[in-house]
Write a protein that binds this ligand. Structure first.
Ligand code: KG4
Length: 343
């Protein structure tokens, strides 16, 4: 009898400011290497042109590192999966062009992955030595990142439906923009998280959006935070410095309450108790704790990815590529990146 061949996928992620390559074998992660880009810190946000230049510099060393760390050479790969979008076009182009060339040179198929679906499928990455209890279908996933805030009904690996989303800024953007107003470095989310641990979350109250249905809005919060700081700084120029932790904790509580009110409503409307969270903001410790409390209240089965797989990474692209490979979904050399790309 013919021995079943392992499915080994090289994943490539370059949608924003992280160049990442990962290898997944039969759904199990072998390596996940990420080169971040410090160059943006001085600008308080990602500068697209600088991001694509850095991707160009990083992509070959990162892929090399991922293959070596996995102990795999190019000849044993089954396919290369890449992020087609959404993201910054110049950044995406680097990963897409690299993947096309790599696939041609290695004689393996190409698989295109939607970055957002990748974040969700990060919940299915199997790690050596860790228990593996992925969500059962169908489940609801709160996807919260720098570019998106969505509630997704996940019917199967490759069958997802957005049932609520931000009509303006994403939750990560609210963290980053408000952190910037407080003079914190970019990206501000992790800094707010760290400060919030030492602050009083009920000290300041910020406006909550009134958006119908399961949709979100975060731009009003940013504006109300801006005016609040401006008014208080007029009275006391040291206001931010003296109240950093309380400001961070109050801001974080407001964002989390917004996110979870709608998630709770989505769970109620759909009668789902299988709940997950994904994306960069799911690294937030306050959000994780609040989700655990809510899960205990409603008897949800809660699924939270390892911190390593919350922010942008290629392991999530490789795992998504693995399920597309099993489903025979391949791309061809004519494929182009999309800066906007729906699930
Ligand atoms: O998923 P991601 O790496 O990139 C996108 O696909 O957008 O998410 C990046 C976002 C940034 O806005 C960053 O501030 C936020 O995730 N983030 C956090 C934390 N860690 C990352 N936000 C709040 N608390 C954190 N601990």
């Amino acid at each position: 009898m013919k021995e079943k061949r392992q499915v080994v996928i090289l994943g490539i992620e370059s949608s924003c400011d992280d160049t990442s390559a990962a290898v997944v074998s039969d759904g199990r992660i072998l390596s996940n290497c990420i080169a971040g880009q410090k160059v943006h810190e001085a600008y308080g946000g990602v500068v697209p042109e600088l991001a694509s230049r850095a991707h160009q510099q990083n992509i070959i060393p990162v892929v090399d590192q991922a293959l070596k760390a996995a102990g795999v050479d190019a000849s044993s790969l089954s396919a290369v999966a890449f992020t087609r979008g959404p993201g910054l076009l110049g950044s995406l182009l680097v990963g897409v062009s690299f993947s096309k060339g790599f696939a041609l040179a290695s004689g393996i198929p190409l698989i295109e992955v939607n970055h957002l679906a990748g974040h969700v499928l990060a919940l299915f990455i199997e790690e050596e030595g860790k228990s593996f209890q992925p969500p059962a279908f169908p489940f609801l996933c709160l996807l919260v990142s720098g570019g998106n805030s969505q509630i997704i009904r996940v019917n199967d690996y490759l069958d997802m439906q957005v049932i609520g989303q931000s009509i303006d800024d994403a939750a990560g953007e609210a963290f980053d923009k408000c952190a910037n107003l407080m003079g914190l470095p970019y990206p501000g989310g992790p800094h707010i998280d760290a400060l919030a641990k030492k602050g009083r979350s009920e000290r300041f109250v910020f406006s909550k959006p009134q958006v119908p249905g399961l949709d979100y809005s975060f731009s009003g919060l940013k504006t109300s935070f801006l005016y609040f700081l401006r008014d208080n700084l007029k009275k006391n120029p040291q206001f931010v410095e003296q109240n950093k932790a309380d400001l961070a904790a109050s801001l974080q509580r407001t964002i989390i309450e917004n996110l979870l009110d709608k998630l709770e409503e989505a769970a109620r409307q759909t009668g789902t108790r299988e709940i997950a969270v994904a994306g960069g903001v799911s690294a937030n410790s306050g959000l994780r704790t609040a989700l655990q409390d809510l899960a205990a209240t409603h008897s949800w089965n809660l699924h939270i990815p390892s911190i390593e797989f919350t922010t942008d990474n290629a392991a999530m692209i490789a795992i998504a590529g693995y399920y597309k490979y099993l489903n025979n979904e391949f791309a061809d050399q004519k494929t182009v990146p999309f800066s906007r790309f729906r699930i």
